[in-house]
Ligand binder design. Structure first.
Ligand SMILES: O=C[C@H](O)[C@H](O)COP(=O)(O)O
Ligand SMILES: C=C(OP(=O)(O)O)C(=O)O
Ligand SMILES: [Mn+2]
Length: 467
């Protein structure tokens, strides 16, 4: 008789975990969204070409493993309880051209540096999520763009059409969905390599932060940086195992906008037999697509991933509660994140009522602050921009409102890049209107540059210390 230990129950499956079969139409209403209002979808000119692209996507391997998705859900549950803090950051719109090793490395580095500062400020683990490896589709205010009397379809992200203002580039091409998948795969591969291969070593990230503070145009961050320095020295003196801190976890997230893409990547997990959207660990529903009776809410309600919903300043308490009932009927810890994006001028007026209604209903979603999307305006030089001070003020308002309500301010959602772009006004280098032109590179919304991102992390860390 064999004395070998029995394999763990999950390996008794004929499919040894990690397999994910295409989810047939008959499963769990996964195609019900097709009969519902589908807003913000591209006008694909060739239905057969779309069919071919989604068939191709359906046969490709998952980008993430359902077990990782479950792990993220439990991390977010911790954050909702105030036992962790979330940092979600990356481009407004990732591009194929910018999915280079250098650009990805700089973005990952920026997120890691911010996370260390926030970890210190919060005295909590920071759950890191990139708006990365799949953030290739954009909802737009207008379907069309007019330049010099010529009107063409609006740019909707590299997964849909090209940014160049020509009829060829702007025509939606479903093969771009396939390219988005492959670009997400190579991006995620590099993120995994960076975060597990030594690049994320706490000692190195700390050295980068020391360099940032030493070269900063202001001394405002020196005190906090000095404290972190002493904390590191203290850890070393106590014999902390820094080698155990050479790797870290980072999850992938994007707006689940393109229903055909997300549906093709929805698979049945071999362990649980339940549907997961394996295009990313975390998916969110945007401000423009959060209709509780719409297609986006329907499709996302049927997958097991942790979900976010953006809530803008016009959100009513009834809408927030209806979304919670639809997306999280079981009140499962970590399932639902409300990402509020109210604007600095409105957050203190609008958020308290929402938070109170949700709290009174006995719900404990994770509350995350997006201080970007409520603060966008067009500068006098014609650039879509934001003011760094307003971004900071919305974060401050977020902490104030949650403190007053006794609820948990659980994280930040930031549009950022690791590059020295000039897209957001202000910061200690005081980018002004005239400077925007020098390195304005985003194809959609203005991002904090590397420096501004770290400044925000230091300022938010100070706010967290008062938590
Ligand atoms: O990223 C968010 C939206 O896609 C973006 O703010 C919409 O921008 P638009 O108003 O220029 O269409
Ligand atoms: C489209 C976005 O935001 P919102 O849906 O909040 O406008 C975004 O996050 O880029
Ligand atoms: Mn954006």
């Amino acid at each position: 008789m064999s004395t070998a230990p029995a394999p763990p129950a999950d390996l008794l499956d004929d499919d040894l975990g990690g397999g994910s079969a295409p989810a047939p139409a008959s499963v769990g209403g996964l195609d019900a969204h097709r009969d519902l209002p589908r807003v913000q979808q591209p006008a694909w000119p060739d239905a057969e070409a779309l069919e071919r692209a989604t068939a191709e996507l359906s046969a490709l391997p998952p980008l993430v493993f359902a077990g990782e998705v479950d792990r993220l859900r439990s991390r977010l549950a911790e954050a909702a309880q105030g036992r962790a803090f979330v940092l979600q950051g990356g481009d407004c719109a990732e591009t194929f051209a910018d999915a280079t090793a250098d650009a990805i490395r700089r973005r990952v580095k920026t997120v890691l540096q911010m996370a260390v500062v926030l970890t210190y400020g919060a005295s909590l683990p920071v759950v890191k999520m990139g708006r990365m490896a799949g953030q290739f589709a954009k909802p737009r205010s207008s379907d069309a763009e007019t330049r010099d009397g010529v009107t063409l379809p609006a740019y909707r992200g590299d997964a849909v059409n090209g940014f160049a203002f020509t009829p060829e580039a702007r025509t939606p091409d479903p093969q771009r969905l396939v390219k988005a998948y492959h670009t997400a795969a190579s991006t995620l591969n590099l993120i995994r390599a960076f975060t597990s291969g030594g690049f994320a070593d706490l000692r190195q990230v700390h050295e980068w932060n020391r360099g940032f503070v030493a070269n900063s145009a202001t001394t405002a961050y020196a005190d906090l940086a000095g404290e972190i320095d002493r904390a590191m020295a203290f850890m070393a003196a106590c014999g902390a195992d820094f080698d155990a801190l050479r790797s870290t976890e980072m999850f992938a997230s994007h707006e689940a906008l393109l229903l055909d893409y997300e549906r093709a990547l929805t698979r049945i997990d071999s362990r649980t037999r339940l549907p997961y959207d394996v295009s990313a660990h975390f998916l969110w529903i945007g401000e423009r697509t959060r209709d509780v009776d719409g297609a986006h809410v329907d499709l996302l309600s049927r997958v097991r991933n942790p979900l976010g919903v953006k809530l803008g300043p016009t959100t009513t308490p009834e809408q927030a509660l209806a979304l919670a009932d639809r997306l999280d009927p079981e009140r499962e810890p970590g399932r639902l994140t409300f990402v509020t994006r109210m604007g600095a001028g409105r957050i203190r007026d609008v958020l308290p009522e929402l938070v109170r209604a949700v709290d009174d209903a006995g719900r404990t979603p994770l509350w995350v602050c997006d201080p970007m999307h409520g603060n966008t305006f067009t500068s006098s030089s014609g650039y879509k921009t934001r003011r760094f001070d307003e971004v900071v003020d919305e974060v401050r308002g977020f902490f104030e409102v949650h403190r007053a309500a006794g609820t948990v301010p659980g994280g930040l959602h930031i549009e950022l890049t690791g590059d020295d772009v000039t897209e957001v006004l202000g910061g200690s280098l005081d980018i002004d209107d005239a400077a925007l032109a020098s390195r304005y590179e985003t194809l959609c919304d203005p991002r904090l540059n590397h420096q501004q991102s770290l400044e925000l992390a230091f300022l938010a860390a100070d706010m967290l210390r008062g938590r």
